[in-house]
Each structure stands twice: as structure tokens, then as C-alpha cells.
Design a protein around this ligand. Structure first.
Ligand code: 13P
Length: 337
């Protein structure tokens, strides 16, 4: 087994998933503003450090994705954040793209930037303790989008990124996120997501990326949030499995979904159903940002010194997601805290 494949499996096996705590400072400021907490370096560290020292880190969280600011921070007792994460057996990851910018040639769409100087930045992140990375391409659905241009250039960027990351000895998370915003149907989401993922693997293979040493982070197949269409978790799971089964090469070891604006319970219930129905060899788990942190953040904002209370809420969510990653979750477990 290659070293990269080992890292990917260490992050995803046994129901473990990923905590995506890599919000850029701008996004984290939005999240903190929404609960009336001042967004400064100290508060961003305090909230994140609270999560990273929770009990569930050991049993549930195989990896944590950080933002550049956090990977360089230290806890009050002098540990680096990667040391804190590693102390519970979890691995440190880092977001290495520099954000989605307006795509010249199709101005309503985005292209993710960050390739210039990436080889040097990756060496630095490896030294700081990172063993896996993330790059997010973002696509919206409408009559005309995602355009062939956006599908092609984002896949190309993801492949160039993944290839450089493997050269640096780390596992790339390949994240093509087809947004749920809009009035499109679930069928549209299925078709467009399939096209996006197919193109990503075409480019990854062209760039000689070792797929066994990668993780795919896709969206689930959902109807647009303004479409009025309602699907059961069973239907979402069937469409999502159809998409992944038909378009992801079998050498990819695992798939870790983003939550993408689903509620905590929706993201958990849908993942659970995907695992109940999973007829593939892929590990299917979570790489959630909002769906792991929302309740904990809300609680913490009321009393930022209540570390234990905040951790209990985070631990519960992580445990529910880890059960869902094994198809063992049920709604009544939500009340037994
Ligand atoms: P959400 O789970 O909040 O969508 O965040 C995951 C992520 O990393 C998006 O890039």
C-alpha cells in the first residue's frame, strides 16, 4: 500500500470523517458576526481550539482541515495546532487554494485560484505538519451553467493542484462543489454533477495523479434550494450513489461529502441513508463544516468560556455523523445526549 493511500485510509476508515474548519478569515467573520462574536485572531483560535481538544477527536475525527492562519497558531500552553490535532490521532489538513474569483470569459461563474507558487507553499505546510490538503472548485446550476468553460478550467486547476500535492507527499482532497442555490431539479443536479466529476477524473488521469492517494469531496445530489422539490433521504441517497457509481473510478479509496448548506440533521440523515444503500467499494463519510459546527458555535457564542458545554455539543454532532458514516444513525439517537 502506498504511503498516500495509507494516509487517505487513516483519515476515512472506521466511520471517521473530516472536520472542515478551514473557513477563510472573511467566511469565519461572517459566521462569528451571525452569532455576535467579534472576529479577531484570539476568538477564531479559541473556538477552533475548543473543538480540536474535544473527546470526539479520538474516535470520530480522522482529519481536520485548517486555514493558513490556524496552522501557524499555538494553544495557550504552547502546542502548535497540528500538534494538538495529532495528539488525538487525527491528521492535519490545509486549504491551499486562494479562493474562487470571477472567471474571465464567463463572468457569472468562478475559477479557483492559487496555483502560482503552490509548490513552495506546499513544502512549508508539510513542515508545519500538514499531511493532506483541500482545493475547492465551485459551480452553479442554471439553464446555461455550469458552462463547458467552467467545467474544463476548474477540472484542470484541480488536477494541477492534486499533482503538486502528491509530489509534496500529501493527499489531495479534490472538491468540485456544485452549489444547491437555485431552482433546478434534483435530476439537473445529477446531470450537472456527473458531468463535472467526469471531467475532473479525465484531467486527474491526464496529470498522472495516483487516485489511490486522493479523496473526493463532492456535493450530495439535491434539488435546488428554491425549487420547491422535496426528496426523501432514500431518494437523495439513490441519486447520489448513481452519480458516484457511474463517474468515480474505483481506485479512489473514499468519498467525504461536504454539507453545503444542509441542516445538521439533513446532512446526517442523508449520509446515513447513503451508507445503508452503499453498493460501491468506496468509503462514504463526511467532511462537514457547517453541519458539524453550527450548534456548537451558537452555544459557544453565549458564553465563550464554557468550553466543556461547547465540546459536549460538538462531540454529539461528531458522534452522530460517525454513526451515519456506518449506516447506524437513527433520529431517536439525537435526543439521547
Ligand atoms: P460545508 O460542510 O459547510 O459545506 O463546508 C465544507 C467545505 O469544506 C466547503 O468547502
Amino acid at each position: 500500500m502506498s504511503e498516500l493511500n495509507k494516509i487517505a485510509l487513516q483519515i476515512l476508515s472506521n466511520g471517521k470523517g473530516i472536520l472542515a474548519a478551514d473557513e477563510s478569515t472573511a467566511t469565519m467573520t461572517k459566521r462569528l458576526d451571525s452569532v455576535n462574536v467579534n472576529s479577531n485572531e484570539k476568538n477564531r483560535l479559541l473556538f477552533r481550539q475548543t473543538l480540536f481538544s474535544s473527546l470526539s477527536m479520538k474516535e470520530c475525527i480522522g482529519g481536520v482541515i485548517l486555514y493558513d492562519e490556524t496552522i501557524r497558531q499555538k494553544t495557550s500552553d504552547g502546542k502548535t495546532i497540528p500538534e494538538l490535532i495529532n495528539s488525538s490521532g487525527s491528521l492535519t489538513g490545509i486549504k491551499v487554494d486562494t479562493g474562487a474569483k470571477t472567471l474571465a470569459g464567463s463572468k457569472e461563474e468562478k475559477i479557483t485560484e492559487g496555483l502560482d507558487g503552490l509548490r513552495e507553499r506546499l513544502k512549508d505546510y508539510y513542515k508545519l505538519g500538514a499531511r493532506f490538503t483541500k482545493w475547492r472548485g465551485v459551480y452553479s446550476i442554471s439553464d446555461q451553467y455550469p458552462s463547458k468553460l467552467s467545467i474544463s478550467v476548474n477540472a484542470h486547476a484541480l488536477a494541477r493542484y492534486a499533482s503538486l500535492v502528491q509530489e509534496a507527499g500529501m493527499v489531495p482532497i479534490v472538491e468540485p462543489e456544485v452549489l444547491m442555490d437555485g431552482n433546478h431539479s434534483a435530476k439537473d443536479c445529477l446531470n450537472k454533477t456527473s458531468e463535472v466529476i467526469r471531467k475532473c477524473y479525465e484531467e486527474l488521469e491526464l496529470h498522472n495523479v495516483n487516485l489511490k492517494g486522493t479523496i473526493l469531496k463532492p456535493n450530495m445530489i439535491l434539488p435546488g434550494n428554491k425549487s420547491g422539490e422535496k426528496l426523501s433521504s432514500e431518494e437523495i441517497a439513490e441519486l447520489t450513489l448513481e452519480c458516484l457509481n457511474n463517474n468515480v473510478p474505483s481506485s479512489v479509496p473514499g468519498i467525504a461529502f461536504l454539507s453545503g448548506g444542509q441542516t445538521e440533521i439533513e446532512a446526517t440523515a442523508n449520509l446515513n441513508e447513503i451508507n445503508i444503500k452503499n453498493n460501491t467499494d468506496f468509503i462514504m463519510t463526511y467532511s462537514y463544516g457547517r453541519a458539524l459546527q453550527q450548534s456548537a458555535l451558537k452555544f459557544w457564542s453565549k458564553d465563550t468560556n464554557n468550553i466543556t458545554g461547547t465540546q459536549e455539543i460538538f462531540d454529539h454532532r461528531a458522534k452522530m455523523c460517525t454513526l451515519a458514516a456506518q449506516g447506524k444513525w437513527s433520529k431517536n439517537l439525537e435526543n439521547k445526549k
